[in-house]
Design a protein around this ligand. Structure first.
Ligand SMILES: NC(=O)c1ccc[n+]([C@@H]2O[C@H](COP(=O)([O-])OP(=O)(O)OC[C@H]3O[C@@H](n4cnc5c(N)ncnc54)[C@H](O)[C@@H]3O)[C@@H](O)[C@H]2O)c1
Length: 308
C-alpha cells in the first residue's frame, strides 16, 4: 500500500506521521514544492521509526511526481492555511490553482489513485477535483467531517464531564464556521441521547463551540491546527487501505441524496477498499434538514467563485 501526501507542511507531516505510526502502509511519499522541505520532514520522521516501532518507509521529494507513481491513495494538503480572523473561503484564490494542478499531476502517474482532499475551502476544493479530473465519485473524498466530529466529541465529553470514549456524535454539512451541522439530537453517551444529560442551552453551546473549533485554534496558534486534522486524515486513509467499511462524514459528490445535487458536502459514508463504498442516508430532524440546506447554499456560493 503506497500513500502519497502532497504538502509537507503542518497537516501533511502530521498526517504522514500518524499513518506511519499506525503501521498499515508499506510506503508514504511526502511531496512539497519547497526545495528540500519534504526530504527533511521525511528524514526526521524516519528517525522516529525505531522509537515508535513502525516499518513504514517514508520518502520526501521536491515536486517530482514520477516518485509518486503507483500510489493507491493520495492526500492533498498543499496550499495556504488561514491566519487568525480569516475564513476558510478566503483561501480559494490561491488554493484552487494549487489543488487543480496537484490533482492532475498525481493522476498522471497514479491513474488508479483514490484522492483525499484536505486543502481549504475543502468542500469547494473537492468539487473542483470532481470537475477537473473526471474521476469516479467514489475515488474523490473531502476530509472535514471526521475532524469536525472529533471536535464535537471533545466538546460533548467536556460538557458531560465524561471520558471521550463514552461519547459518540457526528457533524455533517459544509466544513466552515457557519456550515457545520453538529447532529446534537443524535449524539449519545453509552447509547443514551446526550439530551438526557444536558440542557438544550448547554447542547447549543457545544454545537457553537464545535463550529468555531478551527477558528479557536487558529487564534491560539497563529495558524490552523494540525494534530487533529492529521489524525483525521490518517483514519480515512486506514479505513480505505485496510478495507474497514467504517462510517465517517466526508465531503462527497451528491446526486439527489439529502435533497442535494451537483455539490460536494459532508454526509455519512462507508469507507472501504473502493473509497466511498456507500452514501448513508439517515433521517434528519426538520431543524437539521433546514440547517443542511442553508449549509449547501453557503458551499454553492463558494463554488460559484471557481473558474471552471
Ligand atoms: N480539511 C480540513 O479539515 C483541514 C484542516 C486543517 C487544515 N486544512 C487546510 O490544509 C491546508 C494545509 O494546511 P497546513 O497547516 O499544513 O499549511 P502549511 O503552510 O503548513 O503547509 C502547506 C504546504 O503546502 C506546500 N505547497 C504549496 N503549494 C504547493 C504545490 N503546488 N505543490 C506541493 N506543495 C505545495 C507548501 O510549501 C507547504 O509546505 C490549508 O489549506 C489548510 O487550510 C484543512
Amino acid at each position: 500500500m503506497k500513500v502519497t501526501v502532497v504538502g509537507a507542511g503542518a497537516v501533511g507531516a502530521s498526517c504522514a506521521e500518524y499513518i506511519a505510526i499506525k503501521n498499515f502502509a508499506s510506503e508514504v511519499v511526502i511531496l512539497d514544492i519547497k526545495e528540500g522541505f519534504a526530504e527533511g520532514k521525511a528524514m526526521d520522521l524516519m528517525q522516529t521509526a525505531s522509537l515508535n516501532g513502525f516499518d513504514t518507509k517514508i520518502t520526501g521529494i521536491t515536486n517530482d511526481y514520477s516518485k509518486t507513481a503507483g500510489s493507491d491513495i493520495a492526500v492533498i494538503t498543499s496550499g495556504i492555511p488561514r491566519k487568525p480572523g480569516m475564513t476558510r473561503e478566503e483561501l480559494i484564490g490561491i488554493n484552487a490553482g494549487i489543488v487543480k494542478t496537484v490533482a492532475a499531476n498525481l493522476l498522471e502517474h497514479s491513474p488508479n489513485v483514490t484522492l483525499i482532499v484536505v486543502s481549504n475551502p475543502m468542500d469547494t476544493m473537492t468539487y473542483l477535483v470532481h470537475k477537473t479530473t473526471g474521476l469516479p465519485k467514489n475515488r474523490i473524498i473531502g476530509m472535514g467531517g471526521a475532524l469536525d466530529s472529533a471536535r464535537f466529541k471533545y466538546r460533548l465529553a467536556e460538557a458531560l464531564e465524561a471520558p471521550i470514549s463514552d461519547v459518540d456524535g457526528m457533524v455533517i454539512g459544509g466544513h466552515s464556521d457557519t456550515g457545520m451541522v453538529p447532529l446534537t439530537a443524535h449524539a449519545t453517551r453509552n447509547s443514551i441521547k446526550v439530551s438526557e444529560f444536558l440542557s438544550e442551552e448547554r447542547l447549543s453551546q457545544v454545537a457553537e463551540d464545535t463550529k468555531v473549533g478551527g477558528a479557536t485554534l487558529t487564534k491560539l496558534l497563529g495558524t490552523s491546527a494540525w494534530y487533529a486534522p492529521g489524525a483525521a486524515v490518517s483514519s480515512l486513509v486506514q479505513a480505505i487501505a485496510c478495507d474497514q467499511q467504517k462510517m465517517f462524514p466526508c465531503s462527497v459528490l451528491l446526486e439527489g441524496e439529502y435533497g442535494l445535487n451537483d455539490i460536494c458536502i459532508g454526509v455519512p459514508v462507508i469507507l472501504g477498499k473502493n473509497g466511498i463504498e456507500k452514501i448513508v442516508k439517515i433521517e434528519l430532524t426538520e431543524d437539521e434538514k433546514n440547517k443542511m440546506q442553508q449549509s449547501a447554499e453557503g458551499v454553492r456560493k463558494t463554488n460559484a467563485l471557481l473558474e471552471l
